[in-house]
Design a binder for this molecule. Structure first.
Ligand SMILES: NC(=O)c1ccc[n+]([C@@H]2O[C@H](COP(=O)([O-])OP(=O)(O)OC[C@H]3O[C@@H](n4cnc5c(N)ncnc54)[C@H](O)[C@@H]3O)[C@@H](O)[C@H]2O)c1
Length: 262
């Protein structure tokens, strides 16, 4: 056992200047990895990287749109030129507009597919070039309980992408296993992030909290812990799998379950 250390590993996390992505960057760097924080909001990304550098962590920011294959490919090429390896790719970037199905335009549908699905595919495909040469590599996808297990009104397109990415992951896990490349996913429940607070009223957030058996919303750290494990040497025999991290939210058979003795 190495306490899930990532010393000497080089990692890249998409859309990671805030929220869960930033939590993952911090955790991977705390575990000893050199981490590239990437995203499309440059000022926020640079500020976040600077804060983590101030904490002694090996983190840098680079502008990268995960849907742009040219940018993703060039970023990875530069990482490998500089550090000599590239080991961990985390597909975190996503958008999640809340729109009822009748109101979703073709453009909005395509935008969600482009960022959430094509972005994850592009990241994995570009990483494969390097991982194949190295005969090792880890890809970790941010899926969700929304889509693979449950859903909420307004999230038809988002749910489609979060279920779809698991189909891609399972196929790639099979195709790339001969090169010792593993692909896994986490399925967060309701995690309190800036993005959620931006999109949802406080009353919705409180309703979410009440629906969680562990009686609290998740934190970016809860998700980052699992990503660190999946990126570690200890998880080397796990591929094509998902880990639900939802405080028990998807467990109840009935919304009004009564606990014996409660
Ligand atoms: N917060 C939750 O409750 C929750 C639950 C389940 C799954 N997730 C998943 O976790 C991940 C992070 O979610 P979050 O809550 O931190 O959201 P967030 O909105 O804070 O983070 C998403 C990031 O993606 C970035 N992004 C959007 N388009 C991009 C593009 N084309 N290229 C690069 N970056 C782009 C955004 O700028 C943002 O920084 C997402 O994949 C989300 O679906 C979140």
């Amino acid at each position: 056992m190495s306490d899930f250390r990532l010393t000497g590993k080089v990692a890249l996390v998409t859309g990671s200047q805030r929220g869960i992505g930033l939590g993952i960057v911090k955790e991977l760097a705390s575990a000893g990895a050199q981490v590239l924080l990437t995203g499309i909001v440059t000022d926020e990304g640079e500020k976040a990287a600077k804060t983590l550098q101030g904490q002694g962590l090996n983190v840098r920011f680079r502008h990268m749109d995960t849907t742009d294959e040219g940018q993703v490919s060039a970023t990875m090429q530069d990482l490998v030129s500089e550090f000599g390896s590239f080991d961990i790719a985390v597909a975190n970037a996503a958008i999640y507009p809340n729109t009822s199905i009748a109101e979703i335009s073709a453009q909005e549908w395509d935008d969600v597919m482009r960022v959430n699905l094509r972005g994850a595919f592009t990241l994995a495909k570009c990483a494969f070039t390097h991982f194949k040469r190295q005969q090792s590599g880890r890809v970790i996808f941010l899926s969700s309980i929304t889509g693979p297990r449950v859903s909420s009104p307004g999230y038809a397109h988002y749910a489609t992408t979060k279920a779809g990415v698991l189909g891609f992951m399972r196929t790639a896990a099979l195709e790339w296993a001969p090169w010792n490349i593993t692909l896994n996913a986490v399925e967060p429940g309701n995690i309190l992030t800036e993005g959620v607070l931006e999109h949802q009223p406080q009353s919705f957030v409180e309703a979410q909290r009440a629906a969680v058996p562990l009686r609290r919303l998740g934190t970016p750290q809860d998700i980052a812990n699992a990503v660190r494990f999946l990126a570690s040497d200890e998880a080397g025999y796990i591929t094509g799998q998902t880990l639900v991290i939802d405080g028990g939210q998807t467990l109840p058979e009935m919304s009004t379950a009564i606990l014996p003795g409660a």
